[in-house]
Ligand binder design. Structure first.
Ligand code: DGL
Length: 262
């Protein structure tokens, strides 16, 4: 039994989609979330820059006594998780595009992946695709420009729609039957995506799987929190508190959202 918080970080508000899954599955756990929106998008940065930002976020979460860190960002995971695991003493949970379940379920044998440039160019993404999608055609698409729009809360608007149509039309024409959302910001686009892609195309993200994995690792290390009282959630953003808050409207008690220059 361990009351220390679960730490999470992302290049911004996207990782809150993971935080929601984790707190749903693990309602007794305290959490600290870092939204590094000042440095978003990570997806356009070099591997070294992404690594340095991931180290900075990790050090801050460790200062806050986190017992485990969830890298709630595909771009940070694919570019830095091996370094983090090798250099820090606590368990790390990463998130990668959910290619495996999509490949297993695909009937057309064509799967689309929408992710950042940083994720799609990483060697971890390529080895995962090779290991889990034999015989499947993976159609990759960089989602350049989508993260800044989501960070501004611009979701149901013309520009977001136009970009999605431009990015998805080629893979739709190719006959994909699954679309993998390989960035934790993108689940917030699902309402728009559902309006523009055919119903029979299944949209897959990794949120639930990451929550299940977090639970399994807490259990394996014997560090779950069984106490039901006084659960607290703390969010730090180094940009706009109001925008972060707008992504957490359905979140009620025990939640503090604060500005911090990190
Ligand atoms: N939310 C992030 C991801 O899952 C990063 C987006 C970005 O900052 O480019 O990849």
């Amino acid at each position: 039994m361990n009351r220390q918080p679960i730490g999470l970080f992302d290049s911004g508000i996207g990782g809150t989609s993971i935080w929601k899954e984790i707190t749903r599955l693990l309602p007794n756990e305290n959490t600290i979330f870092l939204a590094d929106s000042k440095n978003a998008p990570y997806g356009e940065k070099s591997e070294e820059q992404i690594l340095q930002l991931s180290i900075k976020n990790t050090e801050l979460l460790l200062k806050n006594q986190c017992k485990i860190i969830v890298v709630a960002c595909n771009t940070a995971t694919t570019n830095s998780i091996s370094y983090l695991r090798a250099n820090y003493d606590i368990p790390f949970i990463g998130i990668e595009p959910a290619i495996k379940p999509a490949a297993l379920q695909s009937k057309s044998k064509k799967v689309g992946v929408l992710a950042t440039k940083g994720t799609l160019s990483s060697s971890l993404f390529h080895s995962t695709s090779e290991n889990h999608a034999a015989g499947i055609q993976i159609l990759e698409q960089e989602g350049t420009g989508l993260v800044p729009l989501i960070e501004q809360g611009e979701i149901q608007n013309h520009k977001t729609r136009e970009l999605l149509l431009k990015y998805l039309n080629p893979m739709l024409e190719e006959g994909i039957d699954h679309l993998v959302l390989g960035c934790t910001h993108y689940p917030y686009l699902i309402p728009v995506l559902r309006q523009i892609i055919p119903e029979n195309i299944k949209i897959i993200d990794s949120g639930e799987a990451v929550a299940r994995q977090t639970k399994a690792i807490l259990n394996a290390y014997g560090i779950e929190n069984h106490a039901e009282e006084n659960v607290e959630h703390l969010f730090y953003t180094n940009a706009n508190v109001a925008i972060l808050q707008s992504f957490l409207v359905d979140v009620t008690s025990n939640t503090k959202i604060e500005y911090l220059d990190f």
